[in-house]
Ligand binder design. Structure first.
Ligand SMILES: [Zn+2]
Length: 239
């Protein structure tokens, strides 16, 4: 929090608990400086975090005068909790700055580090995966991952994920048991199963029309995949 945010927070808590009011200007300035120091690494607002709300909850539940640590301690707990849930993988499509041909992996490591920092600072929600470990959904996950053909150890696969964004995206969907548009053909652009949707591309200087793969599938294919997924799920449950 910057000094302005800290001053706003102090004004807010004084309103909720008038015992905190200080008549003495010097004492008020000293308190502001102290709170600024102790809350400099605590954001006013972040993903799933609101310092004013934490202060209000504290005052509502405690007979004691609120201290800066009553805000900073919950922040560090919140941060640790968020980092515990963050798995440290991200959508390759969200990182166009990464050049897939860069074999040093420096850009990848930098992006991963930036993402961790953003999550830790609460500027970005954590990336979590639903763990599916038992029951018919687990069997379906197994079946789908097997169908994608996986002979690599998971660690190697993870390391290679950035170089194969489409493949990685499919594995992620299969592992989370979510519909995968590439499981069905696209009735709009006629892309077959396993191939991305495509958009026509005019070649300059010739009449030939080529196709370029699209990052996102056509909406109709997404709908079809959802229906396919539901049907497969029901079949699995019935089996
Ligand atoms: Zn399509």
């Amino acid at each position: 929090m910057n000094p302005r945010e800290v001053a706003a927070l102090i004004a807010y808590v004084v309103k909720l608990d008038p015992r905190l009011a200080l008549d003495d200007q010097a004492a008020a300035a000293e308190r502001l400086a102290q709170w600024c120091d102790l809350l400099s690494d605590v954001p006013a607002q972040a993903s799933g975090w609101d310092a004013a709300r934490v202060a209000r909850d504290y005052i509502a539940r405690n007979p004691y005068r609120i201290q800066p640590s009553d805000v900073s301690r919950p922040w560090h707990t919140h941060k640790a909790d968020v980092m515990g849930r963050h798995v440290g993988t991200f959508e390759p499509t969200a990182h166009p700055e990464i050049n897939p041909d860069d074999e040093t992996g420096n850009a990848f490591v930098a992006a991963l580090r930036a993402e961790r920092q953003a999550v830790a600072a609460g500027q970005q929600p954590p990336v979590t995966h639903r763990a599916i470990t038992s029951g018919p959904p687990a069997q379906q996950v197994e079946r789908r991952l097997a169908a994608l053909g996986s002979y690599m150890p998971p660690t190697v696969r993870q390391a290679l994920a950035e170089f194969r964004p489409q493949r990685a995206a499919r594995e992620r969907l299969a592992a989370a048991n979510l519909p995968d548009p590439l499981d069905v053909p696209c009735t709009w652009c006629k892309a077959p199963v396993g191939r991305p949707c495509r958009a026509p591309r005019m070649a300059p200087g010739s009449d030939a029309i080529g196709f370029r793969p699209m990052k996102a599938p056509h909406p109709t294919r997404v709908d079809d995949a959802a229906a396919y997924h539901t049907a497969a799920q029901e079949q699995e449950t019935a089996a």
